[in-house]
Design a protein around this ligand. Sequence first.
Ligand code: MOS
Length: 760
Amino acid sequence: MNSKDYIAEARGGTTRQAAKPKPQAQAQAAAAQPAAPAKAPEYKYIGKPTARVDGREIVTGRAKYTHDIKLRGMLIGKILRSPYAAAEIVSIDLAPALALPGVMAALKLAEGKVRYAGQQVAAVAAVDERTAEKALGLVKVEYKTLPSVVDWERARDAAAPQVRDDRPNVGKLNEYARGDVEKGFGEADVIIEHTYRTGFEVHNPTETHGSVAAWDSDHLTVYDSTQNIHGVRDGLARAMKVPAANITVIKNYMGGGFGSKLGANDYTVAAANLARQAGRPVKVLLSRRDNAVCVGYRPSSSQTYKIGAKKDGTLTALQLTNMASGGVGDGDDVAEPAVDIYRCPSCKVFEETVYTNTGASRAMRAPGHTQGAFGLEGAMDELAAALDMDPLELRRRNYSTKNLGDTGMPYSSKGLDKCYELGAKAIGWERRNRRPGEGGGTGPLRRGIGVATSIWFGAGVPGTLADIVLYPDGSVEVICGTQDIGCGTRTHMAVVAAETLGLEPKDITVKLGNSDYPWAPASGGSLTTPSVAPAIRDAALKAVERLKAVAAARLKIEAGDIVMADRKFASKSDPAKAAPFADVYRDLRRETVFHGERGAMPMDQFAFNTFGAHFAEVEVDVETGRIRVLKYAAAQDSGQIVSRLTAESQVVGGITQGLSAGIYEERVMDDATGNPVNPNLRDYKIATALDIPEITVLFADVFDPRINNLSVKGLGEPARVPSSAAIANAVYNAIGVHVREIPMTPKRVLEALKRKEAAS
Ligand code: MOS
């Protein structure tokens, strides 16, 4: 899935253009809206720390990941990839490979042009890994190489080779305007203008991509390392021309995806075709190197912000131009934070994308927002310095309660002010350098503190389904066709069911990760909890209603007189009349299924968003350019937290990923060949435990009953959005010059210091 489709899904199907206020609808809604309860009910498990229900499975190695799947007669499939960034395929000869003993199938996967190094060309399936590897070497491909361009800045030259036949190398990505920026800049006392750049960040999930395909007559079963079992099923149905009803996609456990596993992949289709040809199951696993060339990455950006403000910090105009690059695919639209977060009457955006001969980008954890937060929040800090203002005060001065910079619809809830307050207190905001770089320090070490803000979607998807099954022996199942991509979905499902049914999380049998189960959206877009939890709540409330009726019949009292507590149903008026759960479940006589659905939210009246504020403290060595993050506080408005331990893990993960991308991670391509220079975990540096500071995770616990029946908002992406930005702003506060480019490698830090020296 590309970022555009992904954002559309995350928004709940609307577009920014459609997200205009409808005054009449709003007035009606205000009148019709019952006075919302001011706070969440008291829960026993929801919002509390619950150990992962599958923790033991995972740490003992019993949990089955796609890589662990072994089927009887299973073959190993391998993909041959183009070594050239651009070439015409003259011929592919599979015969020598097929002649090798042990090779059971072979396919041609490309014809005409290949446009990047790493593109699929052919595939083989053999009885074991070595035979498959050997067979790949026997496939004869004749290429006619073509001129290519890999560097995105060179690709903009008129003389550069054209990457795509259907369009020039530079294309429009996004355009937006409100108010009158020229007038706004005219009214400003201070104007700043700077360019911020973000590099190519590879998803690198712990578990690399992979699929196992098996046919049973005309039914296809695919075990896939995916964030989207239903999406893979539908994609395979189209690609294989097989009815979706004849395809089952299974994923029990997964080691991360971060947006790189959102749909049916070309290698999955290859596995299914090889399996059909061979008449045996086929497993295709991608390598760490494949991860760097053919399954996406976060596109680069070069964002120029021009911001005007009055002396008191009131924004008058904000202009953003961005040049993004996503290889043969599109770069990301990074404008959302600039358009939405701060109250600003005039705003203008123009974004372009540059095509190059490298693999296509994919959605990566809060696509666009993560890059945009780095740029916008950096510019806000540089504006604060120009105004000689506290950066947090500048943000509060321009606080908006409506989307589109206070010109659109009211937010259904916005706890960002609370996040600022909680985070500032936790980090000790008053300890920061009053002006960037003014703190001094011991020897070459300088300390600083920075803040950054996030906005993201995360309201969940209406129509998500879940079933609760009650058995007469007292056991309970919750079934949902969602997937646990490593975040702890099983645990939150158990928590919601247990809470509602008056049981403990360990009493609930959780079933997920099978596309034959009731529909749920992709686990991306921070959609999972706010989609799935309300559907389970709905099903469980229906189950409780039935159980109460059954108990009432047994006790010969009115159902309205029944209360549920301590694993009993009892009469409110006569507590002596009580029936234990065991008796009431037995009275059901057969297993009974309750269907739940996540209802709709009033998208035409309110904007539904998540918010957060991250605070970082860093130490920078001005001699070596090395950055160390000392302390971190993250405050999130994700509504009601369902499972506190897994929620905290999400936030720690988001910070770790942002720290890593902010300081270390960058894919480097060989400009001449289009092959990656660092396609492994040794040369592509990812933060490890030693790099991670003390982290305080705080939740604003905003109650928003409009959003769904549990007041739940998403969290996965919000935790990532401002993390690189907060660290970059802390570095600015430490050394008095903004590095303006991530990753902030020692070289870039030293260059920034030189820039500062030259300016003084
Ligand atoms: Mo989403 S880009 O799948 O975190």
